[in-house]
Ligand binder design. Structure first.
Ligand code: ADP
Ligand code: MG
Length: 710
């Protein structure tokens, strides 16, 4: 029996904390317990014996540590520009230190004539170097420090700094805590079989340092090598545990989940396939259908994620899967994230199925009550075969007689909780197929969706011409407009998209308004007709405008990103994206995917301000270079980090404390490999050698969101 560890103690009871600081630590850093403090890792270490000379400061050094005497401290400026400016002098020169916040606290700490050690990021103001909000502490000279003593520096906040809990001062608390911890408080949780590994870079055999040692050295390393060993050990551990958890969830689902059986490919499927399918399926579409058939024939519930780049033809896969369900006596539903998209699916699918004896209906938030009543009744009584809709389908009033399949299109707009509501619509949970057009890099998918079965459609239907993408500065707008005229002259349609970002909504609407007027001036009626679509319009107006563009009555659509997902107008050949620098890579790729859907050559024009940051420029370059959604997703992940990838944030799955799935890709691969090996041998962790691991996972329950995803 494991005794409760002191790691669970409230942080208040650590020597040097007390109630006031405890409250601050909770509020500012989310540190509630001893364990939280232990897992608040330093972001760097300083070697206090190594001090730079002020003269050595150059624009290309980022951080600097200097020691010297403070010669002046002055409060300057008024109100918002009020700041505290101190000057520090060493043997080689002087340097300015500036604080805008926490002035009061600094004034108390820093005295003219005192000696201080200062560390911070160098910036240049009017040609001279300064440190803004540096860390500062009294300094007794190098002799007072232990040689090669690496002192941890922790993430902190201005509020904490003022209360004496700056980036370095937090280390005093960590030191106190480590003094209390015994080996038994941090027992090894990796099974012996996982303790050894071969280094992914050198291939040499290696062994992790113990967990206890790792926690000590990550805070107070004996040398830089010790720190490295500690960090990789903890990263691996975190990733490995995550993979084991996911693996357990998945294998448990596979073992215990009961699913309806689609035993046969029947009449409807075959008839549609041989007589109504308008094209030959791509190899990828066929493969995915085989995977789905296999899953749905086994008697366990399918829970499959289908990733396919924009335009790869997911809809037809969805349709064929729904026919499979109906052939086996079950109902199917397809959910889309927006009304427009749901309607488009409904119309497209109804048209394809018009010669088959099937009842297909649409249900959205704006369905009239009479029609809604009828649909609900048909669903309940079983006369309805296929229901297409928005999340209105999830409402409790929607009951099926025998739902066998639920398909979610563009799943990023649906949260995990919403997905789970589908499960409850039938006694035996329906098979679930989740389709996404925002490819997720492999590493991310392995973590965020590791419990799902997973298919990729990495092939576009034949005959597609790649979309030519160019980047133009706004001052070339008139050439761009001429180009649009030329395309419209050939009978094509064009999109002009404006960004709409929530925080600056008002300004963006003004931009949209101005942009719309501008386009109207370039393209006057009655020669040209424009559809305007944005999220503020009434649904009917938006739908009418959309329908006019779909039907070819208008040649130009001016819109915000409401059209981002799914809309299919094969005659549209140009996508102009205004202020493209304001969009993320994946979103730009999604928008671009609205063109290139027909046989004609298509174009995407990224308009930006000529003053572009480095990262924005890189985004534009990536888009002009590749049409491959998977490559773009990888780049997006690299540039933005996992926290921002749409749809994964709310899942809480990527909140690693120390690992980073972008930078630590090789450790993630290794962790996954080792976790799978282990679970293959011992799927329920009953072997003696995996006991500690099992106990550890059990005691960790509730500390993460893992268990929520199935
Ligand atoms: P997405 O995967 O983005 O949802 P869609 O299902 O909307 O893509 O398909 C995009 C277009 O490609 C549609 O016009 C569809 O009819 C067409 N399409 C799908 N599969 C094929 C195929 N195998 N051959 C030719 N065209 C196809
Ligand atoms: Mg689609």
């Amino acid at each position: 029996m494991n005794l409760p560890s002191i790691l669970g103690n409230p942080i208040e009871y650590l020597k040097g904390v007390g109630p006031v600081r405890a409250e601050l630590l909770q509020k500012e850093l989310g540190i509630f317990t001893f364990r939280d403090l232990l897992e608040h890792f330093p972001y760097r270490h300083v070697d206090k014996t190594r001090v730079n000379l002020i003269r050595e400061i150059r624009p290309d050094v980022e951080f600097i540590q200097v020691a010297g005497r403070v010669t002046s401290v002055n409060l300057v400026g008024q109100q918002r520009s009020r700041r505290l400016v101190a000057e520090i002098r060493d043997a080689s020169g002087t340097l300015e230190l500036v604080w805008f916040q926490g002035i009061h606290g600094v004034q108390k700490l820093v005295q003219v004539g005192g000696d201080y050690l200062v560390f911070g990021r160098v910036s240049f103001f009017q040609g001279s170097a300064q440190l803004t909000h540096p860390e500062i502490e009294a300094y007794a000279g190098p002799a007072a420090e232990r040689p090669e003593h690496l002192e941890p520096v922790y993430p902190t906040t201005e509020k904490l700094k003022v209360r004496g809990l700056g980036g370095r001062q937090l280390g005093k608390l960590t030191q106190t805590l480590l003094g209390l911890l015994k080996e038994k408080d941090l027992p090894e949780n990796l099974p012996e079989s996982v303790m050894t590994y071969s280094d992914p870079v050198s291939g040499d055999p290696a062994r992790w340092i113990s967990r206890y040692e790792a926690y000590r050295q990550v805070h107070f390393p004996v040398n830089p090598g010790g720190y490295q060993a500690a960090v990789v050990r903890l990263k691996f551990e975190e990733l490995f545990l995550a993979q084991v958890r996911l693996g357990l969830i998945k294998s448990k689902r596979h073992r215990s989940s009961q699913g309806v059986v689609f035993s046969q490919v029947g009449e409807l499927f075959n008839q549609f396939y041989s007589r109504h399918l308008p094209f030959e399926l791509t190899g990828a579409q066929k493969r995915v259908l085989r995977e789905i058939r296999k899953d749905t024939g086994t008697g366990r519930q399918m829970n499959r994620l289908l990733q396919g780049d924009v335009g790869s033809g997911k809809t037809i896969v969805a349709l064929l899967t729904m026919l499979l369900a109906v052939d086996n006596g079950y109902q199917a539903c397809l959910m889309a994230p927006t009304e427009i998209l749901a309607r488009q699916h409904f119309e497209g699918i109804s048209a394809l199925l018009k010669d088959l004896p099937l009842e297909v209906r649409l249900l959205t938030g704006s369905s009239k009550s009479k029609a809604r009543k009828e649909v609900l009744e048909m669903a309940r009584e079983g006369g309805l075969h296929i229901l297409i809709g928005t999340h209105a389908v999830l409402e409790e009033t929607v009951q099926f007689r025998q739902l066998g399949l639920a398909i979610v299109d563009e799943q990023h707009r649906f949260g995990v909780a919403q997905r789970a509501r589908l499960w409850q619509k039938a006694a035996v949970p329906p098979h679930v197929l989740v389709m996404t057009a925002t490819p997720i890099p492999r590493t991310l998918a392995m973590t965020a969706y590791g419990d799902l079965d997973y298919s990729v459609m990495d092939e576009l239907p034949p005959g597609r011409q790649p979309i030519s993408t160019v980047h133009r500065f706004e001052d070339r707008r008139s050439q761009v407009m001429d180009f649009l005229k030329h395309e419209i002259g050939k009978g094509r349609q064009v999109y002009v998209i404006f960004p709409l970002i929530e925080e600056s909504e008002k300004m963006d609407y003004e931009n949209l308004e101005r942009g719309y007027e501008n386009i109207k001036a370039w393209f006057p009626e009655p020669k040209y007709w424009i559809s305007r679509v944005d999220g503020r319009q009434k649904a009917e107006i938006r739908d009418t405008n959309m329908a006019r563009f779909l039907g070819g009555d208008t040649q130009i659509m001016v819109a915000t990103t409401v059209i981002e997902v799914g809309v299919n107008v094969p005659n549209a050949t140009v996508m102009v994206i205004e202020s493209a620098e304001k969009f993320g890579l994946s979103q730009l790729h999604q928008l671009r995917g609205r063109v290139g859907r027909g046989a004609e050559k298509s174009f995407c024009i990224l308009l930006t301000s000529p003053r572009l940051g480095k990262e924005a420029r890189e985004r534009m370059n990536i888009l002009t270079e590749t049409n491959n959604g998977f490559k773009i997703a990888e780049k997006d992940l690299e540039l933005r980090g996992p926290g921002d990838i749409e749809g994964t944030r709310q899942s809480g799955l990527l909140n690693f404390k120390i690992a980073n799935i972008v930078q630590d890709r090789e450790w993630l691969e290794l962790a996954r490999e080792r976790a799978m090996e282990l679970l293959e041998k011992d799927p329920e962790l009953i072997m003696e050698e995996n006991r500690e691991l099992k106990v550890f996972l059990q005691t960790q329950q509730g500390r993460t969101a893992w268990s929520k995803i199935s």
